[in-house]
Design a protein around this ligand. Structure first.
Ligand SMILES: Cc1cc2nc3c(=O)[nH]c(=O)nc-3n(C[C@H](O)[C@H](O)[C@H](O)COP(=O)(O)OP(=O)(O)OC[C@H]3O[C@@H](n4cnc5c(N)ncnc54)[C@H](O)[C@@H]3O)c2cc1C
Length: 615
C-alpha cells in the first residue's frame, strides 16, 4: 500500500538552486525556473485560466484526495480508462468547464497507449485505400502536436520508402505529394525528397541497393507516447479533473430503467469498493471496452484483440540518416530512430491470451528481423536487439442483430448504450484529440447530460510541459555546460519534461547526487525517478521502469540490474518496507523475463549448434 509522500516531495515543484551549486549551475536553475513560472502564468488556452500546476501533480496524496472528492459529488463526466483516448476525453471535458473524473484500472497508459509504434502519422496506407479525409485529419493532428500541443514530446522524423521498380516512383511519389499538400497549412515537417539508387545508398548506407532502385523520403512525427498520454492526463488534472489510477471499474450504478448513473471501482491498494456517481459515463476501455459495455448491461459489439510487436535495436545496428518504411510479407515494415535506437515494427496476429500482458513470440521476432533484413546490406541479428514489446489493437466485430456494422467500419466508433454510457473504441493514437471531441459531444447529447460551459478548446491547449518550452528549446548546450551533464542527456530531459524540468531537478535540492545519471542507466537522473512518484502518478517499480523512463526496453538486460537501485529511490517516497521493496523488484524481474522470453528462447536456439560442435 502506498503511504503519503512528504510535503516537500508531494508538492514536487520547487525550483530553487541546488545547495552549494556553482554560479553557473544557479544560472541554469534560474533559466528553468523562469520557464516554469511562465508556464504557471500563461492561460491554458485562449479564454481559460492557467493550468493549476500543483493540481497537475499525480501522487498518492492527490489520488486519495481525488477518490474522496469523486465519492462526495456527482461528476458531469466520468471517463473509464486512462489510455490516450480516455485521457483525451477527460481533458476535452475538463477544458469545456465540466466536472470530470478519470478512472484507470492500472497505471496511466498501461494498455496499448504505451505499446504502439510511437508515431503521429498521416497514414500512407490510408492513401492506398483512398481514404483522403482520414489522412488529411491525421496530418492536421500530427502538425498540431508538433507546433502547438506537445513540441517537447514529439519531433519530425524522416522516413525513406525504397523503390523496387522505377514505375513506383510515380505511384508512391503521387501519394507523398498529397501528404505534402495536406501538411501545407502548418508546414510543420519538411517536404519530400527523391533519391537515385546511389543517392539512397549515400543517405542510407545500410540499404541493400541491389534491391532498391532509389527512394522517396517523407516525414512524420515520433514521440514518447506513454509520456504523452501522461501529459494529457496531467493537463486534465491541471484543469480540475480527478485522476484516479489503480481503480478498476467492477460494476455500474444503474437506475431502475437500466440507465447508467455511475460506476463502482475497487481501490487496488485497499480492496475497498467505492461508488462514483456521474451524469454521463464514457467507456474508453480499449480492448476491454466490450467487457465494460456488457457489465453495464448492453452488448452491441465485440473486440477481437490483434497483437502488434515491436523490437528495439541498438543505434549502431542500422547506418542511416532516416527511418525506413517498406513493403513486408503482410503489410509494411517500419524502422524509425527513437532516442538514438531503432524501433522496428510491426506484426498483426490474433491474441486470445491475457489482454493485460501481451508478449512477443519467437515467430514475431523472426518475422520482423527477416522482413527488415530484406532491405539491408548488413543484416540485423538477435545480438542487435535490446528489447521487445507487444500491444493490442481492438478490432471491432458487430454483434448479430445490433445493426452497428456501418458505425464499426469507420476508423473509430462512438457507440451509445445503455443510456448514460457512451463507448469509444478503435481509431489511432494520432487522432486521439478528435476522437475525444467526438465522444464528449456524443456523451453530452445524451438525456440528463450536463451542458458544457464552452466549446472544445483543445486544438489551442498546449499540454503540460509545452507552454514555455520554446524558451528552452535551444538551450540544451548551455544547460549541459552549466548542469555538467552530456548534451544528449539534457535533450532527453527537456523532451521528457519540457518546461517542467525545474520541478524534476528540485528533487536534487537536498541530495545533489540525484542530479547525476543513474549508474547503469546513464540517460536517466535519479531525480526523475523521484519525480515519477511525486508528480507523475507512478505507483510501482514497473510504472517507473516501463512507462516513465522506458528502461525496460532500452537497456540490454531489460533494466534487471538497475531495478534494485531504482526501487531503493522509490521506497522511502511510497513508504515501502524492505519486504515490499524486494517484492517490487521480484515482480519487475518476472515481468521482464516474461517480456523477453521469446528473445531468450531464440538466443538459446542460436547458441545450440555452436555448443554442440564445441562439445
Ligand atoms: C502495435 C501497435 C502499434 C501502433 N502504432 C501506432 C502509431 O504508431 N500511431 C498511431 O497513431 N496509432 C498507433 N496504434 C494505435 C494506438 O496505439 C491506439 O489506437 C491507442 O493507443 C489506443 O488507446 P486507447 O486509450 O483507446 O486504449 P488503451 O491505451 O488500451 O487504454 C485503455 C485503458 O482502459 C483501461 N481499462 C480497461 N478496463 C478498465 C476498467 N474495468 N476500469 C478502469 N480502466 C480500465 C486499461 O487499463 C487501459 O489503460 C498502434 C497500435 C498497436 C497495437
Amino acid at each position: 500500500m502506498n503511504a503519503p509522500l512528504s510535503p516537500r516531495v508531494a508538492a514536487g515543484a520547487h525550483a530553487g538552486p541546488v545547495a552549494g551549486a556553482s554560479a553557473a549551475a544557479a544560472s541554469a536553475h534560474a533559466l528553468l525556473a523562469q520557464a516554469a513560472r511562465a508556464a504557471a502564468q500563461a492561460p491554458a488556452a485562449p479564454g481559460l485560466p492557467p493550468l493549476d500546476l500543483a493540481a497537475s501533480a499525480l501522487n498518492p496524496a492527490q489520488r486519495q484526495r481525488d477518490l474522496a472528492r469523486a465519492q462526495d459529488s456527482v461528476a458531469d463526466v466520468l471517463v473509464i480508462g486512462a489510455g490516450v483516448t480516455g485521457a483525451g476525453a477527460a481533458l476535452d471535458a475538463a477544458a469545456r468547464g465540466l466536472k470530470v473524473v478519470l478512472v484507470e484500472a492500472g497505471d496511466v497508459a498501461t494498455g496499448t497507449s504505451s505499446r504502439s509504434g510511437k508515431t503521429f502519422h498521416g497514414g500512407l496506407r490510408y492513401l492506398e485505400q483512398l481514404n483522403f479525409r482520414l489522412v488529411a485529419h491525421a496530418i492536421a493532428e500530427r502538425d498540431l502536436m508538433l507546433h502547438t500541443l506537445c513540441p517537447h514530446i514529439a519531433w519530425p522524423e524522416a522516413f525513406v520508402f525504397p523503390l523496387g521498380a522505377a514505375w513506383e516512383r510515380l505511384y508512391v511519389g503521387a501519394g507523398v505529394t498529397l501528404y505534402d499538400l495536406f501538411g501545407l497549412r502548418h508546414r510543420a515537417v519538411p517536404r519530400q525528397r527523391h533519391f537515385s539508387r546511389r543517392g539512397l545508398k549515400a543517405h542510407f548506407p545500410s540499404i541493400d541497393d541491389t534491391r532498391a532502385a532509389g527512394g522517396i523520403q517523407y516525414y512524420d512525427a515520433l514521440m514518447d507516447e506513454a509520456r504523452h498520454t501522461l501529459a494529457v492526463a496531467r493537463t486534465a488534472a491541471g484543469l480540475g479533473a480527478a485522476v484516479i489510477s489503480g481503480a478498476p471499474v467492477v460494476d455500474f450504478l444503474k437506475a431502475a430503467d437500466g440507465a447508467v448513473q455511475g460506476v463502482v471501482v475497487r481501490d487496488a491498494d485497499t480492496g475497498q469498493r467505492h461508488t462514483l456517481r456521474a451524469r454521463a459515463v464514457i467507456n474508453a476501455g480499449g480492448v476491454w471496452a466490450d467487457e465494460l459495455q456488457r457489465l453495464a448491461g448492453a452488448s452491441t459489439f465485440r473486440v477481437q484483440p490483434a497483437k502488434g510487436v515491436h523490437l528495439l535495436l541498438r543505434g549502431e545496428a542500422i547506418d542511416a540518416q532516416a527511418g525506413i518504411l517498406a513493403r513486408a510479407d503482410d503489410s509494411v515494415i517500419i524502422a524509425r530512430r527513437w532516442y538514438g535506437q531503432w524501433l522496428v515494427g510491426t506484426t498483426d496476429t490474433p491474441w486470445d491470451r491475457d489482454k493485460g500482458r501481451p508478449v512477443a513470440e519467437a515467430a514475431d521476432v523472426r518475422y520482423l528481423l527477416d522482413n527488415l533484413n530484406r532491405y539491408l546490406s548488413r543484416k540485423v541479428t538477435l545480438d542487435d536487439v535490446l528489447g521487445t514489446f507487444a500491444g493490442l489493437r481492438p478490432l471491432l466485430k458487430p454483434v448479430e442483430g445490433q445493426g452497428t456494422t456501418s458505425a464499426l467500419s469507420r476508423d473509430h466508433a462512438v457507440l451509445p448504450g445503455p443510456v448514460g454510457l457512451t463507448t469509444i473504441v478503435g481509431g489511432k493514437y494520432t487522432t486521439y484529440r478528435r476522437m475525444a471531441e467526438d465522444v464528449v459531444n456524443a456523451a453530452l447529447a445524451g438525456p440528463g447530460a450536463p451542458p458544457a460551459a464552452r466549446p472544445c478548446p483543445t486544438a489551442q491547449l498546449p499540454l503540460l510541459g509545452a507552454t514555455a518550452w520554446a524558451s528552452l528549446r535551444d538551450e540544451a548546450p548551455r544547460l549541459a555546460r552549466t548542469l555538467d551533464l552530456p548534451e544528449p542527456t539534457v535533450r532527453l530531459l527537456l523532451g521528457r519534461h519540457g518546461d517542467q524540468l525545474a520541478a524534476v531537478l528540485a528533487h536534487a535540492a537536498e541530495q545533489p547526487a540525484l542530479a547525476r545519471p543513474l549508474p547503469g542507466a546513464p540517460r536517466v537522473l535519479g531525480a526523475e525517478v523521484c519525480h515519477a512518484v511525486a508528480a507523475e502518478g507512478a505507483r510501482s517499480l514497473e510504472d517507473v521502469m516501463v512507462r516513465r523512463l522506458h528502461l525496460a526496453w532500452e537497456l540490454p538486460d531489460g533494466g534487471d540490474a538497475v531495478a534494485p537501485q531504482v526501487a531503493a529511490l522509490i521506497a522511502p517516497l511510497l513508504g515501502w518496507s524492505a519486504e515490499q521493496t524486494a517484492a517490487q523488484v521480484a515482480d519487475y524481474r518476472a515481468f521482464v523475463a516474461g517480456e523477453r522470453a521469446a528473445l531468450a528462447a531464440l538466443r538459446a536456439e542460436a547458441s545450440r549448434p555452436a555448443t554442440a560442435s564445441a562439445a
